[in-house]
Design a protein. Structure first.
Length: 543
């Protein structure tokens, strides 16, 4: 089975066969190795490898696991049935619905993805109830609310919009991603014979990233797991998708619902230095609802975790450039808008970078476009000397443009923070350019994503499962980390877990960075950094 040497805890999990099992796998503990080795050993024991269903959180993770399986099993050109079934819950449920459609003649239309129509439907309904077209941030908040199927009234008439959205889907047999789960669950529950046939396809079911299952996803998996032969690999400390409906309580319920559940603890971290593991453990241990763990690493002590504060985002971005210029590394942030100033600084210094997980083109940001238009118009109106972009921007501020923007973005604290980050970026952009054309040229360069670059920019959500020698976490301020609406309870615990995930991406060096101000607004350092600073400063664990 290859040259990989499994530790005792890993081998125990690989050897598990019948009955329910929970594998608690900390960051860098080799969970994918465990899943792959277990898949190969089980495949040798059953009639067909495809009778093992391995549920993954993303398609990319499923593809990686399939490739690792083939490499370990010595399969170069797999044919149907030669390898386990690697699918996301959504893909599995969509397949079940497809079988149901063919057998019953009923048809559903999928509306997710490009051209699917989901965003257009939400935009149309927003316009119906608010008499205006939603901007990008508003539409994203609305989409997130639709996925969670919950409202928090951050958007005017949000409840009415979401009720109309649900009714429109129901009346027109439309399915978005979450409907694929709920409709599949309804089919399995109301058609027991059909459910039994779906479950009969498999001898074993195993789940990766079990902490990110929603309640409905969890129930679907329970229904199709044969003879309770269900193994879930999870880390409750890395559950960061409640905004998508994930319920980390599912894995706590799993243990309660199956008293005979066997637990395996993978606590050895092979990724990070001791100081990083210890720092991350201190942060996440403040959460109340979690399994107790004793994470450790056999790696060296490593360098101290580096806490840095800056006068503004510009200084923060320049420092990041200096840190990553030679050897590369990753810049991690809570929200994509935080990347703007770093992207600008990297572009100005000619340092190529790659953005993971998708990104908004700078030229598509409405505020940026409006200000560029003002700069262009000012140049056209000039008789002799062209006004600099900085001078035009300063005039706009004197004329009250920024105050009008702030009133417009007062819809929520989230919108206000988005605007502050954009304005900080614009002030740095216009200070770096001598004309409208040079602004446009820089923006064009900023949108060139270099997939061969050694500097990676990504949200922490998109960085989950990845690792980097050097990690710089930026904009670690209150309202951003934790988010403005996460001050207590489960929301705060999720923010703490997200911070923990960011910290544990680092292998060798970790920087925790924050600006004193953004876009004219004073900032307060994140409580997560302050807690760590207070605990470790005297012990020379951070610098």
């Amino acid at each position: 089975m290859g040259e990989t040497i499994l530790n005792e805890a890993q081998m125990a999990a690989v050897s598990h066969r019948n009955g329910p099992a929970l594998v608690l796998a900390g960051p860098g503990s080799g969970k994918t190795t465990v899943i792959t080795h277990r898949s190969v050993t089980i495949a040798k024991e059953i009639a067909l490898p495809s009778r093992l269903l391995s549920v993954t959180f993303t398609r990319a993770a499923g593809l990686e696991m399939a490739q690792r399986y083939c490499k370990l099993a010595g399969i170069e050109h797999p044919k149907p049935g030669d390898i386990p079934v690697y699918q996301t819950v959504h893909a599995f449920c969509n397949g079940v619905i497809g079988i149901y459609e063919r057998e019953t003649g009923r048809h559903f239309t999928r509306i997710e993805g490009e051209g699917g129509g989901k965003m257009q439907i939400l935009s149309t309904l927003y316009h119906r109830y608010n008499n205006k077209t939603p901007d990008g941030p508003t539409l994203k908040v609305l989409e997130s609310a639709a996925s969670r199927r919950t409202t928090d009234d951050r958007i005017p008439n949000e409840s009415k919009i979401l009720q109309a959205y649900a009714a429109y889907k129901r009346d027109n047999n439309l399915l978005d991603f979450e409907d694929m789960i709920s409709v599949c669950l309804e089919i399995l529950k109301t058609h027991p014979d059909f459910c039994a046939r779906m479950a009969a396809q498999f001898d074993y079911v195993q789940v990766d990233e079990g902490q990110d299952l929603s309640r409905e996803q969890y129930e679907v998996i329970r229904l199709i797991a044969p003879h309770k032969n269900l193994l879930i690999v999870a880390d409750d400390d890395q559950s960061i998708y409640r905004f998508r409906g994930a319920e980390p309580s599912c894995i706590f319920d799993f243990v309660k619902q199956y008293p005979d559940c066997t637990r395996y603890n993978l606590t050895q971290n092979y990724r990070s230095t001791k100081r990083i593991v210890e720092a991350a453990s201190i942060v996440v241990s403040r959460n109340q609802k979690r399994f107790d763990k004793d994470l450790y690493t056999m790696r060296s002590e490593g360098t101290p975790v580096k806490v840095r504060r800056f006068s503004g985002c510009g200084d923060q971005a320049k420092y990041i450039c200096d840190v990553l210029a030679k050897a590369g590394g990753a810049v991690l942030y809570r929200n994509g808008v935080s990347s703007l100033t770093v992207r600008l600084a990297l572009t100005l210094q000619g340092i190529p970078y790659e953005i993971l997980g998708g990104y908004e083109r700078v030229g598509n940001i409405q505020v940026v476009g409006n200000i560029l238009q003002e700069i262009l118009q000012a140049e056209r109106n000039a008789r002799f000397l062209l006004p600099s972009p900085a001078k035009t921007y300063k005039r706009m501020m004197y004329d009250g443009y920024i105050e009008r923007l702030r009133r417009e973005y007062a819809i929520s604290r989230e919108h206000q923070r988005y605007l502050s980050a954009v304005l900080e970026f614009i002030s740095l952009l216009v200070a770096s350019c001598d004309s409208w054309r040079s602004c446009v040229e820089i923006l064009g360069k900023m949108d060139q994503n270099n997939t061969a670059a050694t500097v990676i920019l990504t949200t922490i959500h998109s960085a989950k499962g990845l690792e980097f020698d050097t990690v710089c976490m930026i904009d670690l301020v209150e309202g951003e980390f934790p988010g403005s609406g996460a001050t207590a309870g489960e929301d705060l615990e999720e923010e703490r877990r997200l911070f923990y995930v960011g910290m544990t991406r680092a292998k060798e060096t970790l920087y925790l960075c924050s600006p004193l101000a953004r876009g004219g607004r004073k900032e307060v350092e994140s409580r997560f950094v302050r807690e760590l600073d207070k605990n470790w400063r005297k012990k020379d664990k951070i610098s």
